[in-house]
Design a protein around this ligand. Structure first.
Ligand SMILES: Cc1cc2nc3c(=O)[nH]c(=O)nc-3n(C[C@H](O)[C@H](O)[C@H](O)COP(=O)(O)OP(=O)(O)OC[C@H]3O[C@@H](n4cnc5c(N)ncnc54)[C@H](O)[C@@H]3O)c2cc1C
Length: 396
């Protein structure tokens, strides 16, 4: 087990979140994770796990021990009959595609990029687009978790169902997840297409577009009249290599769904009841154009199926998401706060891994299982070993 004194500040992908952990540790096994959690807890230190550091919110930040689980990677086993894959928590999404296809399997869906660690992505409800496709956390059917007392506990719907509810979407605040059982499907290929269309026409027929395609989303740059539409559908056609640019690809799902997004930005994303999407988007468009003409980044609009994950942004309601990006060199707060007022009026729930300014009281009103989540969290981690200041601040 390697431990590094905290010589440098930790920072997330955007560079906008920083922290000085007392130690950054890279355990090489599940047992080593459990032992490090136990020793930290006994010493009175807090513990946070690190995925790929791609969250814009200060979720991974800690002044305690930061556990980097990147050594716990790969597919541990596959149950082809049940279509369940057991995957080590530190596995990057990009490591999963071909590994699962080796078993004839694939993820139901994935996000816009594939750099996240699996347990990091599920901890925040990371989603892609697709009206019939829920977020990644909804695919979690079991997990192994190193709890604050140093025990390694397996959970599924029969064993420790309360822990499973937390492990599906836990904000890193429950324990160190060492493996996840994921519902998967047979491997599949996608054909992707992109086109330009007047924004108002897209908003007018957004329901039909989302219904017509397995994946549909659009991007819109402030000041432009047209939106960039992107659709993806299953195909039997063979992959066309080398893969063309984004928007004209035919390939395996993981090849087509993943994009390259190297430009550093920071982001706010809200999940709204699907019916609120077009009206909310129009308000955000007017706000950005009239008050924040310096925003040069696109707004993104996606669909996510309803699920039953306690803190999922799509819990209990068919959802659309709208995201707003800002350059890392600029102060994002004025535009994000103004957007948030609009999102809040449309019953929006903030993406846990992106910036928001909501209080625990406001969040509690948005999540029917909020109190259950906290009650179970406190049961498994009564001393708050896995809390950081950010998550603790969401309680009230
Ligand atoms: C360029 C870019 C594109 C993005 N695209 C999308 C997108 O398309 N869709 C979307 O929904 N989101 C997207 N996001 C947000 C991103 O998917 C989430 O913030 C995700 O949680 C990041 O995963 P990570 O591995 O980097 O986790 P981190 O940011 O490192 O950690 C996130 C949380 O997971 C916890 N965690 C990590 N590993 C473990 C573990 N083993 N056990 C317990 N807790 C753990 C951490 O403690 C923390 O609370 C994007 C972000 C960026 C920067």
């Amino acid at each position: 087990m390697g431990a590094e004194p905290s010589m440098a500040e930790w920072s997330n992908w955007s560079g906008k979140q920083t922290a000085s952990p007392q130690a950054v540790v890279r355990p090489a096994s599940e047992e080593a994770v459990a032992a490090r959690v136990r020793s930290a807890a006994q010493a009175g230190s807090r513990v946070r796990c690190l995925g790929a550091g791609h969250s814009h919110s200060p979720l991974a930040a800690t002044e305690g021990v930061l556990l980097n689980l990147e050594a716990l990677a790969g597919v541990a086993s596959v149950d082809r009959e049940q279509r369940v894959a057991t995957i080590r928590a530190g596995t990057r999404i990009y490591q999963l595609g071909s590994a699962l296809r080796g078993h004839g399997l694939g993820l139901h869906n994935q996000g816009d990029i594939d750099r996240q660690a699996l347990a990091g992505a599920t901890a925040t409800g990371t989603h892609g687009t697709g009206r019939r496709l829920p977020c990644l956390s909804a695919s979690v059917v079991g997990a192994r978790v190193a709890l604050a007392d140093g025990s390694l506990v397996d959970c599924d719907p029969e064993r420790e169902p309360g822990l499973l509810a937390l492990a599906r979407l836990g904000l890193g605040a429950v324990g160190a997840i060492t493996r996840l059982d994921l519902s998967v499907r047979e491997a599949y290929r996608l054909r992707e297409r992109m086109w330009l269309e007047p924004l108002d026409a897209v908003l007018d027929r957004i329901d039909a577009l989302a219904a017509a395609h397995r994946h549909f989303e659009f991007f819109w740059y402030p000041g432009r009249s047209k939106a960039i539409c992107k659709a993806g559908d299953e195909t039997d056609a063979p992959p066309e290599y080398p893969l063309a640019d984004e928007g004209h690809r035919v390939g395996w799902s993981y090849e087509v769904l993943a994009n390259h997004r190297p430009e550093r930005h920071t982001e706010m994303e809200y999940a709204l009841p699907a019916g609120e999407g077009p009206a909310c988007f129009r308000e955000i468009r007017a706000l950005v154009e009239n008050r924040f003409p310096e925003v040069a980044w696109p707004l993104e609009y996606r669909s996510v199926a309803a699920d039953d994950v306690w803190l999922s942004m799509a819990q209990g309601r068919p959802t659309v998401t709208i995201s707003v990006h800002q350059d890392v060199a600029l102060d994002e707060a004025p535009v994000f706060r103004a957007c948030e007022e609009i999102f809040a009026r449309h019953a929006g729930r903030p993406h846990w891994g992106k910036l928001h300014y909501r209080s625990g009281k406001e969040l509690a009103a948005l999540y029917p299982r909020w109190d259950d989540w906290w009650r179970e969290r406190d049961r498994y981690d009564p001393d708050g070993v896995f809390l950081n200041d950010h998550v603790a601040s969401l309680r009230s």
